[in-house]
Design a protein around this ligand. Structure first.
Ligand code: PEP
Ligand code: MG
Length: 594
């Protein structure tokens, strides 16, 4: 048996096998704690400020190397530099040196603890993120004070990086070619770390508890980005098994990548558009390289997070114009702000909602804050003059909301027209179908817009009543629930009866077990995470509509998820044995009684 097997959240697929190399350990455990005499206090204070200044200088130097197209990362480094310049943290630490006689690393730890205590009870994710930034900055200063810095530019050979956290500044500094994979204690699926790993195309896990206690520098580790496991010091047999799996996965990715630029067309000639879901402009090369025909969901929230102010219309327009122009003539669908629920911005403070997922989020939040909404609408319209731009509103619950949102859009158009600013007056406008109420009146809604995009991540959450982030009930989060399938079919049929197109942009679009059923329903396009595009295109190209419709008819008659799972497994097994090997973990959690 291996020394230990840890679990984390897989954020980038693949298998990496190599030596562990720690960077950015949590310094708390090694922090020297002693007092200094009154005579030494001035020197200790000077040491503290010197360390702050040195880290600031280092980050400023890294900032200068950030390529222009990684602007968001640059902005984050700016935030860290501002925190270092801000006398709040260093000032409180200095006070602890002078009043309690603490050594500087300890004094700084106490200053951070004060801030954590002051903000610890605040649930606002923005504040929590800012606290994480304070921690990151303090860690860097402490590492300098106690001489435990890792020189990220001097990573030896090809290694697997283990870290408490990896900041954007770190990822800029690390030479990507030296990393085979990484694992961190902090981070979630949509954290920077996850996004970076996916765009670098290396296996990665985040949220790995106990990583720093169990893994040591030089340990042989396996990072399994398919199942979310880290195997520490595997046995010969385990190593052989993982080597085989890694080789198999590499063959598989090469094989599917070869055909990824071909159109997603079934054997019998039905065409489906396959588009990418992205959060950052930097993800475009990976998306196109994986065969995306455009961007079906651009999550615009990202530009509003990780900062203390609101982005202005010009800043947004510049970013959006880049995106539209780079992708042109391919299409890009801008989703208007989906703030609220788990994504807050500081300018609006905490809303104090008991149930934020059902609270003032997405379109509700925008309609409550029309100035913010309008500046985004104007920026999207401005970008529409530079490419194939569409816009969609998230979390629509009824007809009135669509009309209100469109009224703001009309006003933005009128203003731009008056100002003589170019835009596409025919820019297609759609809505996301994410709520059961929208499903039930999909026929009415279809008459108000140019297209639908089904957001199954939320739609499943709201129709089955299962929090998409709560692992206690994750077994109930079922794309193949008979209700989910009926729900999706209702929307597709309503759209087609009204003569509009319908896309699906939730995670279901990258689920190989669901895609044949979606094809059978006649879905017009799928929008998914770039990494999954080659595999999904392969499935589409090797199937035919006749079989998909037959499969759909059969699954619609099934009353239980297990029965449907059985049918889709049979279907995939027959045609795609490789997919079963790599994706059967998707079905592993089926413990539901339904
Ligand atoms: C969805 O809900 O399916 C979706 C694509 O939106 P998000 O995951 O950003 O909520
Ligand atoms: Mg959603």
């Amino acid at each position: 048996m291996a020394d230990k097997i840890l679990s984390g959240i897989p954020v980038s697929t693949g298998i990496a096998i190599g030596k562990a190399f720690f960077v950015n350990r949590n310094h708390k455990a090694h922090l020297p704690r002693h007092t200094v005499s009154a005579a030494m206090m001035d020197a200790e204070v000077a040491r503290l400020h010197d360390a702050f200044a040195a880290v600031e200088a280092e980050l400023t130097a890294i900032r200068e190397q950030v390529p222009a197209d990684l602007r968001d990362y640059g902005l984050l480094i700016d935030t860290h530099v501002l925190m270092l310049k801000d006398p709040k943290l260093s000032g409180v630490a200095e006070e602890y040196i002078r009043t309690l006689g603490l050594n500087c690393a300890w004094a700084l730890e106490k200053a951070v603890a004060d801030q954590e205590a002051a903000f610890g009870a605040v649930h606002d994710p923005y504040i929590r993120e800012r606290m994480q930034d304070v921690r990151v900055v303090a860690d860097k200063v402490q590492a300098k004070l106690i001489g435990r810095e890792t020189d990220l530019t001097a990573i030896p050979g090809r290694v697997i990086i283990m870290a408490h956290d990896l900041t954007p500044a770190d990822t800029v500094e690390i030479q990507v070619s030296r990393i085979m994979g990484f694992a961190t204690v902090r981070g979630g699926k949509t954290s920077h770390t996850g996004i970076m790993a996916r765009s670098m195309g290396i296996p990665a896990l985040v949220g790995v508890d106990m990583l720093e206690d169990v893994v040591h520098d030089g340990d042989l580790v396996v990072i399994d980005g398919l199942t979310g496991k880290i195997v520490v010091n595997p046995t010969e047999a385990e190593l052989e098994d993982y080597n085989e799996r890694a080789a198999h996965f590499e063959d598989y990715t090469l094989k599917i990548k070869r055909g990824c630029q071909l159109p997603a067309e079934t054997y019998d000639g039905s065409r489906v558009q396959v588009l990418a879901n992205i959060e950052l402009v930097e993800e475009i090369p990976a998306a196109l390289d994986n065969g995306a025909e455009g961007v079906g969901l651009y999550r615009t929230e990202y530009a509003y997070l990780n900062r203390t102010d609101l982005p202005g219309e010009d800043e947004l327009a510049e970013k959006y114009i880049d995106l539209a122009a780079i992708l042109s003539p391919r299409k890009v669908v801008f989703r208007t702000l989906d703030l609220g629920a788990d994504k807050f911005i500081s300018a609006f403070g905490e809303l104090n909602e008991t149930n934020p997922a059902m609270g003032l989020r997405a379109i509700r939040f925008c309609l409550r804050n029309p100035e913010l909404f309008k500046s985004q609408l104007r920026a999207i319209l401005r970008a529409s003059a530079y490419g194939n731009v569409s816009l969609m509103f998230p979390m629509i619950s009824g007809v009135k909301e669509v009309r209100q949102a469109k009224a703001w859009l009309a006003q933005a158009k009128a203003e731009l027209r008056r100002e003589g600013v170019d835009f596409n007056p025919e820019m297609p406008v759609g809505i996301m179908i994410e709520l059961p109420s929208a499903v039930m009146i999909a026929d009415f809604l279809a008459r108000e817009v140019d297209f639908f995009s089904i957001g199954t991540n939320d739609l499943i959450q709201y129709s089955i009543g299962v929090d998409r982030t709560n692992h206690h009930v994750s077994y109930l989060y079922q794309p193949l629930h008979p209700a989910t399938l009926r729900t999706i079919k209702l929307v597709v049929d309503a759209a087609h009866q009204a003569g509009i197109e319908v896309s699906l942009c939730g995670e279901v679009a990258s689920d190989p077990f669901c895609v044949p059923i979606l094809l059978g329903m006649g879905i017009d396009s799928l929008s998914l995470t770039p990494q999954a595009i080659p595999g999904i295109k392969r499935i589409i190209r090797q199937t035919n509509m006749h079989d998909c419709r037959k499969l759909l008819r059969k699954v619609l008659e099934c009353r239980t998820v297990s029965r449907i799972n059985g049918l889709v497994m049979d279907n995939i097994f027959k045609s795609f044995p490789d997919e079963v090997t790599f994706f059967s973990s998707l079905l592993e959690n089926d413990e539901s009684p339904s």
